[in-house]
Design a protein around this ligand. Structure first.
Ligand code: AMP
Length: 125
């Protein structure tokens, strides 16, 4: 079920538990502002999630409430992950699902990185 992005941040969500170390993840990258790990149900040869360590429900929440420095640092982190994964040569796709129409299921902002093959269709049916 997609989340309601207007709900307050729920610090019992699964990604909050991963950040606190209460649940494991298959970590690929970490810095001061971001954590990246392999998606548990990969939909491409490379499927990594990058999440901010700050408590943000969604892309909307993050871009409204985070300060410029945190937003810039998080953008840099996403780029660091794609370069670490050596996707900068072949290319990749980024995706952020937001709220109901975006079919966001976990109420903590996450950027999907898809790679390892070409993606021909912009938006699936
Ligand atoms: P979204 O629909 O954008 O909210 O995507 C949520 C993503 O989180 C899905 O691709 C799930 O497979 C992934 N996911 C859920 N739980 C975990 C977990 N414990 N570790 C890694 N990925 C997860």
């Amino acid at each position: 079920m997609p989340i309601d992005p207007r709900e307050p941040y729920d610090d019992t969500n699964i990604f909050a538990k991963i950040i606190r170390g209460e649940l494991p993840c298959d970590k690929v990258y970490e810095d001061d502002v971001a954590l990246a790990f392999n998606d548990i149900r990969p939909q491409a040869p490379v499927h990594v999630l990058v999440i901010p360590k700050g408590a943000y429900v969604s892309w909307d929440d993050f871009t409204e409430k985070a300060d410029d420095g945190e937003i810039a640092a998080f953008m840099r982190s996403v780029g660091n992950v794609t370069r670490q994964l050596e996707l900068d040569g072949p290319g990749y796709r980024l995706m952020v699902n937001m709220g109901g129409h975006g079919h966001q299921e976990v109420p903590h902002l996450h950027v999907h990185i898809f790679g390892g093959r070409p993606f021909f269709q912009m938006i699936p049916d």
